[in-house]
Unconditional design. Sequence first.
Length: 308
Amino acid sequence: MTMADTQILAEKKPSGPIGRWLTMLWADKLAFFAALFLLIVLLCALFGPLLLEAIATKQNLRGRNAPPFDITRGLLYVLGADALGRPLLARVIVAAQNTILVAAAAVLASSVVGTALGLVAGYSRSSAAQWIMRLGDVIMSFPSLLLAVIVLYMLEPSVTNIVLVLAITRIPIYLRTTRAEVLEVRERMFVQAAKVMGASYWRIVFHHILPVIFPTLVTIATLDFAFVMLAESSLSFLGIGIQAPEITWGLMVAQGRPYLTNAWWLSFWPGLVIILTTLSLNLLSNWLRIALDPTQRWRLEMRGRKNG
């Protein structure tokens, strides 16, 4: 690279951390459009029920199983209507809130608990670390979806129970990842220097070790969000997830199953949204893995400045 190229890239350097992150996001076009789609989904989850809940639950038996792309009844019927004549577009938008809320709550709870246990298991040399790992092994010995099915058959299917079950089944992922990262980081020179300077146990863990492993945990949480969302949709499809009159994408797919031969759109559109959301989360997690790694971030920065 010539001196002139270096000067041009320096002049194009974005100002502020937000500009730098947007530049890196624009450098990966797939990740950019994935983030844009997820932003739309988030806005639907936040404002959809406030604007469209009444329309999404209003029955119109004259429009039962109305086909898609027919806007004679209004723009909200562009995706068709369900078996009770309710517009599918409005229901997909409103259902985003419950779907995203369950997945976000489960991922947040499992990541916090799993990370805390993993920090203790990785840095502590006491017998408690071994007990924590055995607990994780016990949870992992059961298939997560099967364990959720068994528990929800015994308990009442509700949002709280679904979040609790999904969170418990995902704890070992963060526990084992955090412990493996801590075992490597705790031997580095800056941790040893902190010990020599008299830093306390908790200061070393939270101020020196956790910031180093945090990017890895964020990447895993992004991928795990997609898995938990699919698990919730599967439970709703099996009839033991969130129950009507609440709406989720998985429940909409289940409600459209009896009409697959003559009204395929009832299950197709919510299923398509599930696929696109999962795909977007995977693409964004791949971008985060590079963007949060100081040794690889420069590739995105260089590409972003050239594209800009």
